[in-house]
Design a protein around this ligand. Structure first.
Ligand SMILES: Nc1nc2c(ncn2[C@@H]2O[C@H](COP(=O)(O)OP(=O)(O)O)[C@@H](O)[C@H]2O)c(=O)[nH]1
Ligand SMILES: Nc1ncnc2c1ncn2[C@@H]1O[C@H](COP(=O)(O)OP(=O)(O)O)[C@@H](O)[C@H]1O
Length: 387
């Protein structure tokens, strides 16, 4: 692309200032790079695009974009957070689709940049409220993971969401594509893994299984706590990744009982049952050895195990802390944004609206953790109505 446009502003090394032209915001990151966030760039017509002006070479770069992209709005504001990400606030929208993070130099972005050898950015949606860290549940085939997770989802539908994995295994009779798994061709899945779309993957019982970044994002974008049902290898990968989670291993009361359950379920051939039982030994060994899992639960009596699981997740009093989504507020098109320490102040000019006045929202960034898309969560906020 050609010359730098005339409207690029001077360098604002503290990153607090933004300048917009139409629906574009211009952010200088350090001395070398200017991010132009708006309609143009690599966004499709309906999403916010990003392009980067490299001052040292006077060249425009269109980065590879990870994560779910925000849809275009009539206007937005943007502000630099801690030098590694930009907070983008979509105007004329409500808090469930208002705060977006553009990760420009987080650990995840640096990792992907090194892997691809080209410029990378990553979007993630800011969910207002106490977003709780994902729950990883592992255990041998037939131990009752699916049964326990189904109970949790049924009892707390507003609180938990299931990360739908991809797998190359064939669906069972009762399984629906997109609900239990995304059933996928091996070649397609291998390509997606190569393209960095997976948080983790593993070969289990002769098939490929994996958690896509998007499958976790879909849940966290709803403000729900994500549950991952993954094998021990997957749990180890997640442990090693930047995704913070609580790790729970479900253990059978005995090997004989495991075999009985697996046979009683009646979903596998004899050959598949034998393979799963062989693998179960190693899984139980690894799962119960120290260091990987935070907690082990024995699933002997189902109700007792379920109660213990709820206890671990802070739900033992039976109270459904129904949702993480707090009060929804509207951020108008006209607003200003500033940053003081770990607080973002959004001052809304409501003069042109039905109920004129000024409202100030304060977003608390202290609970935001760095890392991959899907991790930039947990905004707390307070509303200071200045009517
Ligand atoms: N690493 C990894 N393992 C997965 C994933 N999804 C499912 N698994 C694991 O794959 C194994 C086989 O799952 P499945 O075929 O549904 O059989 P089941 O264990 O008998 O329910 C189980 O240990 C699951 O926890 C995933 O996304 N990643
Ligand atoms: N505590 C339990 N006691 C007896 N049967 C159980 C218990 N937990 C689960 N089951 C049964 O065992 C079988 C395997 O459970 P499932 O949830 O499919 O296991 P996983 O998802 O770990 O493979 C199912 O038929 C389920 O109804």
């Amino acid at each position: 692309m050609g010359e730098a446009p005339a409207f690029i502003s001077d360098d604002f090394s503290n990153g607090l200032l933004l300048k917009s032209k139409g629906c574009e915001t211009i952010i200088n990151m350090g001395c070398n790079r200017t991010f132009v966030i708006g309609a143009m760039g690599n966004g499709s017509d309906s999403s916010i695009g990003v392009r980067i002006f490299e001052k040292s070479t006077s060249e425009w770069v269109i980065p590879t974009v990870f994560g779910t992209r925000p849809t275009l709005s009539k206007g937005h504001s943007a502000i630099v957070l801690d030098g590694d990400r930009i907070l983008v606030i979509r105007g004329n929208s409500t808090s469930d689709d208002c705060f977006w993070f553009l990760e420009v130099n987080t650990a995840f972005v640096r990792e992907q940049r090194a892997r691809l050898g080209s410029e990378v950015v990553a979007w993630s949606k800011g969910v207002v409220g106490e977003a709780q860290i994902p729950v990883v549940i592992s255990g041998p085939s037939g131990v009752g993971k699916g049964t326990l997770i189904a109970k949790l989802m049924e009892d707390f539908p507003m609180m938990f969401g299931f990360s739908v994995s991809h797998t190359t295994r064939a669906p069972r009779n009762n399984e629906q594509n997109g609900v239990h798994y995304h059933f996928t061709e091996r070649g397609v899945m291998e390509k997606d893994i190569q393209d960095g779309k997976f948080l983790e993957f593993a070969a289990v019982h002769g098939n490929l299984y994996g958690t896509s970044v998007e499958s976790v994002e879909v849940v966290t974008d709803q403000g729900k706590r994500c549950i991952l049902d993954i094998d021990v290898q997957g749990a180890r990968s997640v442990r090693a990744s930047s995704l913070e989670a609580i790790f729970i291993f479900i253990c059978p009361p005995s090997f004989e009982e495991l075999e009985k359950r697996l046979r009683a379920r009646g979903t596998e051939t004899e050959e598949q049952i034998q393979k799963r039982l062989r693998n179960a030994k190693a899984e139980i060994d690894q799962g119960t050895s120290p260091g990987l899992f935070d907690h082990t639960l024995i699933n002997d009596d189902l109700e007792t195990c379920y109660e213990n699981l709820k206890k671990l997740l802070g739900l033992s009093d039976g109270s459904a802390k129904a949702t993480n989504i707090s009060e929804t507020v509207h951020v108008p098109l006209e607003h200003t944004v500033s940053k003081i320490d770990q607080k973002i102040l959004i001052n809304c000019n409501t003069l042109h609206q039905e109920k004129p006045g000024n409202s100030m929202f304060v977003l608390d960034l202290s609970s935001i953790k760095g890392g991959a898309p899907g991790r930039t969560r947990g905004l707390n906020w307070a509303i200071h109505d200045q009517h």
